[in-house]
Structure formats: C-alpha cells, structure tokens
Design a protein around this ligand. Structure first.
Ligand SMILES: *Cc1c(COP(=O)(O)O)cnc(C)c1O
Length: 387
C-alpha cells in the first residue's frame, strides 16, 4: 500500500503549538523546571456552579441521545439573550444562532459554505492560524492583511488592491486580538461594513476575547455596528471567558443566511455538542457574570506584574487592555526565534515567537498570562539573569 496525502495536507504549515510543545517536552525531559507562557489556555478551573450543572445534566437520560447539530433551542436562546444583554443586539434564537463545538470548529468549517477554488479570503497576519488553514482546505487563496503597530494592529483596508477586494468572499477579523492584544474601535468596524458592502464580502468576526477586558474597557461586538447584520457573522467562545477550553462549546451569531449556511455545513459534518455540555453552558451564560469579573481581577494583577517587570528589564511591553497576551518587541539584535530559543534554553521559559503567527510578527514575542503571580515573578527573576 502506498498512501498519498492530498496537496491540502502536504501544503500545511506545521501547526504552531505542536512545534512549541515538542521543544518544551525536550526541556522537561532534561529535568528543566519549565514555565509555559506559550499557548493561550487558562490555568484556572471552570467555576464550580458550571461544573455542578454539568454533573446534574450528565445524569439525565434525555441528554444521552443525539443532540441537534445547531444546538438546543434552550442553548440558542441563552446565547441570544446573552448577546442581547451584553451588546444590545436583537437576535432571533431560531435563525440567528448556531451552537458550535468550540469556535475553532466553526471557524474551520464556515468557509466550506463560501470558499472554493479561485476564491480569495482576506486574513489578518499575524493571526490565529485557522483562518488561513480553513481557506486552504477549501482550495481558496489567502490574501494577508498585515497588522502593524503604526496602524494600531488594524488592517489597512485602503491598501487592499481593488481586484483582490473584488474577488474576496470573506474577511476574517479578531478583536480583541490574538496575538497582538489590540482592540478595534467602532469607527474601524464602521469602515469595515462600508468596505464589505462595496465589495460584497462576508465579514467573519472572531470574538473569543470579548470578555477578557481590563481597566473598565468594554469590547464591542462587530454586530453592534450599523449595517453589520447585513454582512457579518460573529464567532463566540466560552473557552476563555469561563475557563472552559476543554469543554468545546461556543456559538456563532449574526446574519440569518450566514448562520443558516453554517448550520447546513455542520449538519452534514457533526451531530452537535453533548446536550449536557450545552446545559452547563446555559448556566454560565445565564449567570450574573461575577465569575468573569473575578477572572478579570486575577488577569489584571498578573498583567501588571509581568508588564511592569518587563519594562523594568528594558523590554518595551504595552499594557494590554484585553486578552491574556503580552505582545512585546524582542531586544535589538535578536529575532523572534532566537530570543524565544534563548529563553527556553537559558531560563526554561516557553513563549511564542511572533513570526509563528505570520511574517509581520517577526521581531515580537507573545507571553500568555496563564501562570500565577508568583510564577510570573520567577519569570522576571530568570529573565534578569539572561538579559
Ligand atoms: C482561543 C481562541 C479561540 C477559541 O477557540 P475555541 O475553539 O472556542 O476553544 C478562537 N479564536 C482565537 C483567536 C483564539 O485565540
């Protein structure tokens, strides 16, 4: 037998975190006390009241059968009401909400409805790898929109050539942003709506970090923008907001035709998320959100510890007002890769080289605030010895 992989698999770039994890495991095997600030995975547990609801839900035989692929009406109603309270939207649970098995799943599958050979997809770089990979899997071509500091890590829509804009079917956006921690303004979103309407482009907004905000900053939904409901779909995740990365639950909301297209794809690919997980997610969405406020306090303290410490060591790091990432310039004379390799070899610290998210990320590194304050102080202590 000779197994021949498809071009789409052969052309895959190595998935960023697989590589990082391999290097980390090598260090661990050598006995190094590794501090991992690499992947964005909350270290804190899911709040108890959510776990309790899950335990009850698991015992119900009615939850042991196939779920519906789009999610239960109860889940979609909770998601719609959460969005309506939070962003002032008026979503219809029946036609404007789809339950997803983690937003990564939906981000990867949505393009199946709108991208084929010859389609162009506008993808921010540096960015979450799945936007490009979803395009690749559908045979489409990625046009990268660079995110640079001079433009506050927002894509420069005017620099997109007219013929590219004409051919484009989807634009991906993600604010608050991974990896840069940048936030979008309402003015920027208004320009996006105008651009999307002028060029007949679907706007896919990844809002995974909408609740991970600090210092009183409140992140807008793209769908709050006048006209956005005509062009947009937004991907929400419970992963970061409620420390639920392992549970695999989120939802997509927005234009009914776009949500309907996602449902059509998914009904042919999966059979939905376990209804017990949906019930636990309803408990999270319907709660008073005080657990989210707790989480914000913890991350604010960690952020200040790390950012203040990095600046004292002469590394210029901005204080992010959202996400749990600190995105900073590596020292003069270093590349992203050389700096991150030095940190691992000399200090046992794992962080992500900025160029791993795309070329314009070269010269940056990303640290995730996924360890406690004491460990971050240890990070700073070790850095002092290396720099
Ligand atoms: C973490 C993350 C997600 C969330 O993924 P889930 O599949 O919902 O766990 C989505 N987009 C970005 C940019 C992320 O960093």
């Amino acid at each position: 037998m000779k197994f021949e992989l498809t071009r789409r698999i052969k052309n895959l770039p190595p998935y960023l975190f697989v590589e990082l994890d391999r290097k980390k495991q090598e260090a661990v095997a050598k006995g190094v006390d590794v501090i991992d600030l690499g992947i964005g995975d909350p270290d804190l547990p899911t709040p108890d009241f959510i776990v309790e609801r899950m335990v009850e839900a698991v015992r119900k035989p009615s939850n042991h059968r196939y779920p519906s692929s789009e999610g239960s009406l109860a889940f979609r109603t909770a998601a719609a009401q959460w969005c309506n309270r939070r962003f002032g939207l008026e979503l219809d649970p029946a036609s404007q909400v789809c339950c997803v098995i983690g937003s990564k799943e939906a981000i990867a599958h949505f393009p199946l409805a709108f991208v084929e050979e010859g389609s162009v997809v506008l993808v921010p770089t540096p960015g979450y790898p799945v936007y490009h990979i979803g395009t690749l899997f559908c045979g489409g071509d990625t046009y990268y929109m660079p995110l640079v500091a001079e433009n506050n890590f927002l894509p420069d829509l005017e620099s997109i050539p007219a013929d590219v804009a004409q051919k484009a079917t989807i634009m991906w956006l993600n604010y608050p942003n991974n990896p840069t921690a940048a936030c979008a303004t309402k003015e920027f979103f208004a320009k996006v709506v105008e651009f999307a309407k002028a060029n007949n482009i679907i706007v896919c907004h990844d809002a995974a970090y909408s609740e991970m905000t600090y210092d009183g900053y409140v992140a807008p939904s793209f769908l709050e923008t006048p006209g956005a409901m005509d062009v947009g779909i937004e991907f929400h995740s419970l992963s970061k907001t409620y420390n639920m990365t392992g549970w695999r639950i989120g939802f997509a909301v927005g234009n009914p035709e776009l949500v309907g297209a996602l449902k059509k794809v998914k009904s042919n690919v999966d059979s939905g998320q376990f209804e017990a997980v949906q019930e636990a997610a309803i408990a999270a969405l319907d709660s008073d959100q005080s657990c989210v406020e707790e989480m914000r306090k913890i991350y604010t303290e960690r952020r200040d510890t790390l950012v203040d410490g990095l600046n004292e060591l002469g590394l210029k790091a901005e204080r992010p007002k959202a996400t749990f990432y600190v995105w900073f310039k590596v020292p003069e004379g270093e590349t992203s890769a050389s700096f991150c390799a030095t940190l691992l070899d000399k200090a046992g610290i794992v962080c992500t080289p900025g160029n791993g998210f795309g070329d314009p990320g070269e010269g940056y590194a990303r640290m995730a605030l996924t360890v406690g304050k004491e460990r971050l102080e240890e990070v700073l202590e070790r850095l002092k010895n290396v720099l």
